[in-house]
Design a binder for this molecule. Structure first.
Ligand code: G3I
Length: 375
């Protein structure tokens, strides 16, 4: 369980305020202390930007369209937006010969009008493939489909993307392959070189965007040390072959009850990645609370400490240039569907609660940005 480097994050709002040199004139403004604290906090994107970092979140177009309050919070807090689902194969490829960009175009337009960066997720993944995929794609035509897909999708947003998750979750040591590659359809059809091919195609179409290899389960050393080693080997191999890869994305789906976060080993993994000349992005940060006690106040303290412990180590590495959370508010989080609590009480993995109010996790993030070295 996360304990917090500087104790539990109880008085965090006050600390942040002091660091910002704000004066508490809540009484003069007729605000409660709590409302004053919230109103006087700069958005997270500004705390990040002050250190040369980018902060933002994943979201779904329907949430922004149907929920004006959420949309306002998103615009306020985030400096970068990544579509949670709209650029995956099953959204973009309703049929083998048809591309559908209505939702992703809407998100790109929203990001543009709000002055946010836009990032792409994801060109190659073993999940969220369309229903027709298994019937149509095979060893003979897989390369044609992959190249056509990457070319068409990257071309659509060429010059607009901050970065692309070109390949997602290609390593799975438990699948028993000698190179630790996941037994995905892409590996089955094209062999291990599909990864390099994907990066080369993306780079040819949009040479200026940052090309990212994105991976999960790299945060805890047990049982994932093998995965870290395999990822480092993959990155080394890609670099040695001159593959146009610029960054590692570390998803960072943390678990509130987890005890296996070895900060020293994590720090050394980050150094190993940075020493290859790669940038690092924290791409999907959140903290699951499925196994935590039901009291929301207790949960919030544990979750905030997880954010703070993790970010304090991660932001110590100057190759880390961006932090994105997987969602912004507990109102809209994938955990509601994928990891609900057995007591039926709402999950609280993000920085804003379901009423869009900042929680201790928000303060923990603000403070972690505040204490980071300038990039
Ligand atoms: O859009 C359909 C809808 O038409 C249908 O009625 C409904 C019925 O269940 O499903 C809807 O699709 C769901 C989709 O999210 C949009 O809500 C899918 O069932 C559901 O599987 C899908 O889940 C997404 C998941 O990836 C798929 O594996 C989550 O929203 C998304 O947050 C999650 O994101 C992944 C990252 O891409 C990669 N890293 C892990 C992360 C969390 O799993």
């Amino acid at each position: 369980m996360c304990i917090g480097l500087s104790g539990l994050a109880g008085a965090s709002a006050v600390v942040v305020r002091k660091n910002r040199g704000l004066i508490d004139n809540s009484q003069a403004l007729g605000l409660s202390k709590r409302d004053f604290e919230i109103a006087s906090q700069a958005p997270l994107k500004r705390y990040a930007a002050a250190k040369g970092l980018i902060y933002g979140a994943a979201t779904v177009s329907d949430f922004l369209i149907s929920d004006a309050d959420f949309k306002a919070s998103f615009a306020r807090e985030c400096g970068i937006l990544v579509p949670e689902n709209e650029l995956k194969w099953d959204s973009v490829r309703p049929a083998p010969d048809r591309f559908e960009f209505t939702k992703s175009d809407w998100l790109a337009g929203f990001a543009r009008t709000q002055g946010m960066l836009f990032r792409g997720h994801t060109l190659v993944w073993h999940q969220q493939l369309p229903k027709w995929f298994r019937e149509v794609v095979n060893r003979q035509n897989a390369e044609k489909f992959l190249v056509e897909h990457i070319t068409t999708v990257t071309k659509r947003y060429a010059g607009q993307m901050h970065s692309w998750d070109v390949v997602n979750e290609a390593i799975e040591p438990n699948d028993g392959q000698s190179n630790a590659l996941r037994k995905s359809p892409w590996l089955e059809f094209l062999g291990p070189d599909y990864i390099e091919l994907a990066f080369r195609v993306a780079s040819a179409v949009d040479p200026k965007t940052m090309l990212v290899y994105n991976e999960n389960d790299l945060e805890y050393d047990t049982p994932n040390q093998a995965k870290r080693t395999a990822v480092l080997k993959l990155l080394e191999r890609l670099k040695a072959r001159g593959t146009p890869i610029h960054a590692l994305g570390i998803q960072s789906h943390l678990r509130g009850e987890e005890t296996a976060l070895n900060l020293k080993k994590l720090r050394s993994f980050l150094s190993d990645v940075a020493s290859m000349g790669l940038k690092i992005l924290i791409t999907e940060l959140d903290v699951s609370d499925q196994k935590l006690p039901s009291d929301p106040a207790v949960r919030d303290r544990i979750i905030a400490a997880c954010y703070e412990d993790y970010l304090s180590v991660v932001l110590d590495e100057r190759a880390v240039i961006a932090v994105l959370t997987w969602g912004l508010s507990d109102r809209h989080t994938w955990y509601s569907m994928f990891s609900p609590r057995s007591d039926g009480i709402g999950v609280r993995p993000l920085t804003l609660d379901s009423n869009l109010k900042p929680k201790l996790a928000w303060n923990a993030m603000a403070r972690a940005f505040d204490q980071a070295q300038k990039r």
